[in-house]
Design a protein around this ligand. Structure first.
Ligand SMILES: NC(=O)c1ccc[n+]([C@@H]2O[C@H](COP(=O)([O-])OP(=O)(O)OC[C@H]3O[C@@H](n4cnc5c(N)ncnc54)[C@H](OP(=O)(O)O)[C@@H]3O)[C@@H](O)[C@H]2O)c1
Length: 159
């Protein structure tokens, strides 16, 4: 299982229930990497998608403890155990903070978009993989820029 995330300089990933910034090039890459694979996400991250609808071209495996939550076109799991029993190995964990934290230790790779700025107003974070001895950088791409936002793609592996 892999995860994919966009972080700022402080490993922040969101504010007020939404992304810190939308980078069109990064969204294209997200689509290219995840299409054809199941995606695993929390109920709050689903709410950030257009119309609150599941992503097309992918099985959407959603975590929620709410028994009444049954969005069309998605599979809902009430706990991690049920999710992990159903999730294929080629799944991508796509957030948010609570789901990344819960599944980090079962992921073997992390596709991280590192945004070259800090968002002091951020209110949710991803674990700092540079500070974790069980994760190392496998590949680091060049700095890119899209609509004035500088970023790079970094692949981490769990040792
Ligand atoms: N930068 C990025 O790459 C990126 C990617 C994705 C999301 N984000 C950001 O992350 C933030 C959302 O993160 P979040 O942590 O607040 O929400 P989240 O992880 O998206 O969703 C949390 C919800 O998922 C369900 N859930 C989580 N763990 C569960 C478990 N073990 N069993 C059953 N259900 C479980 C619960 O739903 P119920 O309340 O329905 O029970 C919980 O309230 C937003 O700001 C979003 O924009 C950033």
């Amino acid at each position: 299982m892999k995860l994919i995330v966009a972080v700022d300089r402080n490993w922040a990933i969101g504010k007020d229930g939404d992304q810190l910034v939308y980078i069109p090039e990064d969204l294209k890459r997200f689509k290219a990497l995840t299409t054809g694979h199941p995606v695993i996400l929390g109920r709050k991250t689903l709410a950030t998608f257009p119309g609150g609808r599941p992503l097309k071209g992918r099985r959407n495996l959603i975590l929620s403890r709410d028994p009444a939550f049954a969005p069309e076109g998605a599979e809902v799991f009430r706990d991690l155990e049920a999710l992990l029993a159903a999730a294929p190995e080629d799944s991508f964990v796509i957030g948010g903070a609570s789901v990344y934290a819960a599944l980090l230790d079962v992921c073997s790779a992390a596709c991280v978009t590192k945004i070259a700025r800090a968002f002091p107003e951020a209110d949710c974070f991803f674990p700092d993989l540079d500070a974790r001895p069980d994760w190392h950088i496998e590949e680091e791409g060049p700095e890119l820029e899209d609509q004035g936002v500088r970023f790079r793609y970094v692949t981490y592996r769990r040792t």
